[in-house]
Design a protein around this ligand. Structure first.
Ligand code: NAG
Ligand code: NAG
Ligand code: NAG
Length: 191
C-alpha cells in the first residue's frame, strides 16, 4: 500500500515534469519580429476601399509572429475591413473559406491572437466608444506577411489589431463622419 502511494506520487511528479517541459517548449517557440520591404502593387491591384493602405516600393514594414497577452480587457486597435467578395479584405475568410456581409459582426485578429485558427468561430466581446458588441472571429489579420496578392497588396497588420466589419462599427455607435471611424482604441476579451 505504501509502495503504491509512493508510486502514485512519483507518477504525478513525472507527469507534472512532462507537462512543464511541454509548456516551456511552447513558450520557447519565441516571438519573432522582423521587417519586410514593400513593393508597389501592380496597377489597379490594390483596393483602397475606405482608406485601406497599399504597400509602397522600398518602404520597410514591421512583422510580428506574436501579439500582446490576452486578458479580460485586452487593449487593441479596431480597424475597418470588408469581408465581402471584392472587398478590401482580399480573399475569403481563413476560418470558413467564405465571404461575410458588411452587415454581419465579424473580425480578423492579428496573427498572435488568431493563434493558428484557435479562435475561429468563437465570439469575442469588443468594448469601445462606451459600448459593447460581440463579433465572430472569421479571419487572420496577418502580422507576418503582406504586400502581396494574398494580402490585397496591403502592409502586414500590427500585432494588436482587431479588424472589424462595418456592422461592428455601427454597433459601437461610431459615427461614420467622425475621426474615430476606421481607427479606434478598444479593449476585447474572449466571450
Ligand atoms: C524570424 O523571421 C524571419 C522572417 O520570417 C526569419 O528570416 C528569421 O530566421 C526568424 N528568426 C528566428 C530567430 O526565428
Ligand atoms: C507588438 O508591436 C509593438 C510595436 O508596435 C512592439 O513594440 C511589441 O514588442 C510587439 N509585441 C509582440 C508580442 O510582438
Ligand atoms: C467595409 C466598409 O465599410 N465598406 C464600405 C466602403 O465604402 C463604401 C462606399 O462608401 C461602402 O458602400 C462600403 O460599405
Amino acid at each position: 500500500m505504501k509502495n503504491q502511494i509512493c508510486f502514485s506520487v512519483v507518477f504525478v511528479l513525472l507527469l507534472f515534469l512532462l507537462l512543464a517541459t511541454k509548456w516551456s517548449c511552447v513558450e520557447a517557440q519565441t516571438c519573432n519580429s522582423s521587417t519586410l520591404t514593400g513593393k508597389d502593387p501592380p496597377a489597379g491591384q490594390c483596393n483602397t476601399e475606405n482608406d485601406s493602405k497599399c504597400c509602397e516600393e522600398g518602404m520597410s514594414y514591421d512583422t510580428y509572429t506574436c501579439s500582446p497577452p490576452v486578458s479580460s480587457s485586452t487593449p487593441a486597435i479596431l480597424t475597418l475591413n470588408s469581408f465581402q467578395e471584392g472587398g478590401d479584405g482580399g480573399g475569403k475568410s481563413k476560418c470558413d473559406n467564405q465571404y461575410h456581409s458588411n452587415d454581419t459582426p465579424v473580425v480578423a485578429l492579428s496573427t498572435g491572437w488568431f493563434n493558428n485558427k484557435e479562435r475561429c468561430s468563437n465570439s469575442i466581446t469588443i468594448n469601445g466608444n462606451g459600448k459593447s458588441v460581440q463579433a465572430m472571429v472569421v479571419d487572420e489579420c496577418d502580422s507576418t506577411m503582406g504586400c502581396d496578392a494574398e494580402h490585397a497588396y496591403q502592409p502586414p497588420c500590427a500585432n494588436n489589431t482587431v479588424d472589424a466589419s462595418k456592422a461592428v462599427w455601427v454597433a459601437l455607435g461610431v459615427p461614420e463622419e467622425s475621426d474615430d471611424w476606421g481607427k479606434l482604441e478598444i479593449t476585447w476579451s474572449d466571450a
